[in-house]
Design a protein. Structure first.
Length: 336
């Protein structure tokens, strides 16, 4: 009955495959972990920037005036066009406050909004009335209910950061956004403030850092792979020598082996010592067996020779020859 041989896989690859797989998983997790850390760090920086802007606006914006502006009559010459016809100084005071943010952070877009009598949200004052009048929202213009609308509603209750970066197809750029409530001197919410912070630099920085991380992780992975490959090669090389020595021993070559020339002992050196001890015992046992075989051959030859002699002596021919020899000897004695 033939024995089915198992599929062969070198010990080197048995060590290499799990080690490299584990290394690959660790590097992938490390890469995405570092990428998430960088993203969170950049997001935190942008949160700090928007918090600084909010604090600045709270210091320069008169919320009581803004409330009066959005709830009372306006000095607005509609025929002059927006915002040229706006003559109410309260509007321009608020616009000046928002536009002054440009002096220390030119990457922002800021506007206020409030809830109209029909419970819908409408635009208040924005910085564009001064910086880019053609892009300014008309005071009291209804806000279209889009993806931002939910955040605007939340912004009337508490400071709300957008979960993800906002992408503007018109400007082809990303924005980090936050909404927060505006309160009058009595602490009542009179509207909301929206700040868009240009996040293009953050996206570009994150992409650049991600590319650097990817290259760095690939280089480190290749170095680790080379080290692991070298280690497995050295370990398995000694075991391959042991395998070859076992084959030589099977063919009758019992010469001692030397696997580990290092000064420090390890498992391989212990295995080498035990293997050489086994080879010595096998060699002595074979020599003893060979000697016994030689002695047995000699004994067999002696027994065979004695048997042949006995067969000759007991044969009729030998007996007849012996009788004749005795007769001849007797006749010679009688003659003499």
């Amino acid at each position: 009955m033939s024995v089915k041989r198992k599929r062969y896989l070198s010990l080197r690859y048995k060590l290499l495959i799990p080690l490299m797989s584990l290394s690959a998983v660790m590097f992938v997790l490390g890469y995405f972990g570092a990428q998430n850390y960088l993203r969170d760090t950049i997001y935190e920086i942008m949160r700090d920037d928007t918090d600084d802007i909010r604090n600045y606006i709270e210091g320069c914006l008169d919320e009581d005036q803004l409330q009066a502006l959005t709830s009372g009559s306006l000095g607005d010459d509609v025929s002059a066009g927006w915002p040229n016809g706006m003559t109410d100084p309260r509007f321009w005071n608020a616009a000046d406050c928002l536009a002054s943010v440009e002096d220390f952070n030119p990457r922002t877009e800021i506007y206020t909004y409030y809830q109209a009598s029909n419970s819908g949200l409408v635009f208040g004052v924005d910085q564009w009335a001064i910086l880019q009048p053609e892009d300014s929202y008309i005071l009291g213009e209804e806000i279209v209910q889009d993806d931002d609308y939910e955040y605007l509603l939340k912004g009337l209750q508490e400071v709300t950061y957008y979960d993800e970066l906002n992408y503007s197809e018109e400007d082809d750029t990303y924005f980090f956004a936050v909404t927060s409530p505006l309160r009058n001197s009595q602490g009542a919410v009179i509207g909301g403030l929206t700040i868009y912070l240009d996040a293009s630099f953050a996206v570009e920085s994150l992409q650049s850092l991600s590319d650097i991380l990817a290259v760095l992780f690939v280089v480190v992975f290749m170095i680790v792979a080379a080290i692991v490959l070298s280690i497995t090669r050295n370990v398995t090389a000694e075991l391959i020598d042991l395998q070859n020595s076992a084959k030589r021993a099977a063919n009758g070559d019992y010469a001692p082996i030397s696997l580990n020339p290092e000064n420090l002992d390890d498992e391989v050196s212990v295995l080498e010592e035990q293997f050489n001890l086994m080879l010595g015992k096998v060699r002595l046992r074979e020599e003893k067996l060979q000697k016994q075989v030689e002695e047995l051959k000699i004994q067999i030859d002696m027994d065979r020779r004695n048997k042949d002699v006995k067969e000759i002596v007991e044969s009729e021919f030998f007996q007849d020859l012996k009788s004749r020899a005795a007769t001849v000897r007797k006749q010679r004695e009688q003659k003499s």
